[in-house]
Every structure is written in structure tokens, then in C-alpha cells.
Design a protein. Sequence first.
Length: 249
Amino acid sequence: MSDNNSPTRNPASAEQSGSLPENGQSSADIALKHIVDGFLHFRHDVYPQQQELFKKLATAQNPRAMFITCADSRVAPELITQSAPGDLFVTRNVGNVVPPYGQMNGGVSTAIEYAVLALGVQHIIVCGHSDCGAMRAVLNPDSLKKMPTVSAWLRHAEVARTVVQDNCSCANEGESMQVLTEENVIAQLHHLRTHPSVASRMASGQLFIHGWVYSIETSEIKAYDAGQDRFVPLDGNYPTPSATPKGRF
């Protein structure tokens, strides 16, 4: 008989949330332990080596750029750009979306305004990525029937879907995904320019916006080159920043 004053685990619920290994820990317990162990490693081993940096960051930040990317767990902006704490002002959401100004004054719009006017960033990078679940959902809207909030959010990518559907003779879904991912980045650059703070700083030459697509499998990044009106490998020769992105069709 169990003690009514102590919490017990329901075997059925444990099976639903994750199988129980031989040691009795559920997969949920193991996942959380891994995260906590990671923090302890940071606290005891990593932090002491960078203590001076964190002391400087404790009272101020001066990021080199704003980085708007997907919430996908496989995309790690600081890792792929080898940036230190304080280097990037990162905003993540499903599909690396930038709502047009005034339509949805939520977290993304607020972060853009703060980054530009309060932090004075000189660059904003919108970064899509390969195998993006959000882009696959845009191609297959029926998959979002049980996710109305996600469906509503991804309407900001509808322009990219329409452009690809009407203009791209894609051979298969893989090719459609690749083209859609790039077109979505271009669409979000258009949306970005509708923000007054962005438009003003771009007009004065104080701000530059960039569109990137990151390949998870190969580590390659392709950047939108406004001069050539296409995505080119980011190989050290910086493409022309996007002034008025046009799209490739």
C-alpha cells in the first residue's frame, strides 16, 4: 500500500509519457537530467573560464547583429556562427517569420524595434534552414488541422507558398521545399522593411538586412545576393545586402 502523502507514479501515465528503462527512470526524467547536468557542467567548468566576459555582460550588451531564425532545435545560431554570449540578439519562432508591421505587435516585432532603436544593431539576418517542418506544413496545410495557432502564424508565409505554387515547376516535394524555404526568407525580408525603425535606419545607411538559408546536413549557408537576385554560397565574399528584395520569379 502506498503512502497517500507521497507522490506516486501512475504506470499507465508513465507508459504514455515515455517508457521506463531498467533503472526505473522515464524518458522524461532522463531528458531533464541531461539538461540539468549540462547546466552543472557550464556552471562549474565553463563559466569559470569566461567569468570576466560574463561580468562585462552583467550590466550591458552590444550585439553585433540581430539573428531571426526558426525555433527548430537543430538550428543553433551561436554554434553555426561561432559567436560568444553577447554577440547575437536572437529571436526564434516557427518558420523564421517576421510579421508585417502593425499586423501582430508581438514578440518578433517588439524584438526588432528594441534591437534597432535601443541596441543599435547594424545587421539583421533572417535565417531559414533545410528540412523545415514549418515549410513542410505550408506545403501541406491539412497537416495543421489540429494546430490552429500554428496555422494562423504561418499565414505570414502564404505569399512564399503562392509564389512557388504559381511559378516553380518543381519536380518533387524536396525541390519545392528548397525553393519555398528560400522564397520564405525573401518574403520575410519584405515584411521586415515594413517596420518603421528598420526602413528609417536602412534609408540612412545605418542598417543592413540579410537573408540566409542554412543546410543542417552539410553546414553550408546560402545568402541572398540582391545584386544577382539569387542565393549564393556564403564563402567569405559577402553578398550585396538586401535593399529591396525582389524574389527570383
